[in-house]
Ligand binder design. Structure first.
Ligand SMILES: O=C[C@H](O)[C@H](O)[C@H](O)COP(=O)(O)O
Length: 216
């Protein structure tokens, strides 16, 4: 599996433009992308990072980590996913980095998602949907999610996001219309962000393999 993730991560390097600031996601697949980015660090102007974890790896390879507010819109964002449907809509947040990931994806012209083939599904929802919540709203949000979706929210106890919030994982969903689901869950007071990337899906998906598959 990690070999397939590596193949996807290394293929994404072909999309990096010389002199650009690269948006960087989080997770085990992205770790291979960052490793490869380290090998071409003299060709890029730096990176915007979606997590403390990725920031540490970027810095350890000598890549400058920049503030999104200072660099403005990005040309490219590269990130992994927990699930990907045939329309390049995603579930993300298995590593609890969904909010910053969503911000950078939205701020980027092009979002390239790197996955291994096991992440491809016909319909999103087999992977429990992560929702980042303000801690005081945890029970309220859980009750609302149950009422709206029928899914079972489970508190990821002990996990605190980089933003100081908590995560609920919603089990048992069949997400027939991901855009509608994303919009409805976003409206619950106390929800910071929903791990559905449907309103802003990936532009390109790279599936690890020999050779990697590039889906547009
Ligand atoms: O919060 C974490 C992210 O959304 C990751 O991109 C996602 O969980 C996929 O991670 P991995 O590449 O480790 O499977």
């Amino acid at each position: 599996m990690s070999e397939l993730k590596r193949l996807a991560g290394e293929k994404a390097i072909e999309f990096v433009e010389d002199g650009s600031v690269v948006g960087v996601g989080t997770g085990s697949t992205v770790a291979y992308f960052i490793e490869a980015l380290g090998r071409i660090r003299d060709r890029i102007a730096g990176a915007v990072s979606s997590s403390e974890q990725s920031t540490r790896q970027l810095k350890s390879l000598g890549i400058e980590v920049l503030d999104l507010n200072a660099v403005g819109p990005l040309r490219l964002y590269v990130d992994g996913a927990d699930e990907c449907d045939p329309h390049r809509r995603l579930i993300k947040g298995g590593g609890a980095a969904l909010t910053r990931e969503k911000i950078i994806a939205q701020a980027s012209d092009r979002f390239i998602c790197i996955i291994d083939p096991a992440k491809q599904v016909p319909v999103l929802g087999r992977f429990p949907l992560p929702v980042e919540v303000i801690p005081m709203a945890r029970s309220l949000v859980a009750r609302e999610i149950l009422a709206i979706t029928g899914g079972q929210p489970v508190w990821r106890e002990g996990v605190v996001t980089d933003n100081g919030n908590w995560v609920l994982d919603v089990h048992g969903l069949q997400i027939v219309d991901p855009v509608v689901m994303e919009e409805r869950l976003n409206q619950i007071p106390g929800v910071v962000s929903v791990g559905l990337f449907a309103r802003r899906p990936a532009d390109v998906v790279i599936v690890g393999g020999e050779p990697p598959q590039v889906l547009r």
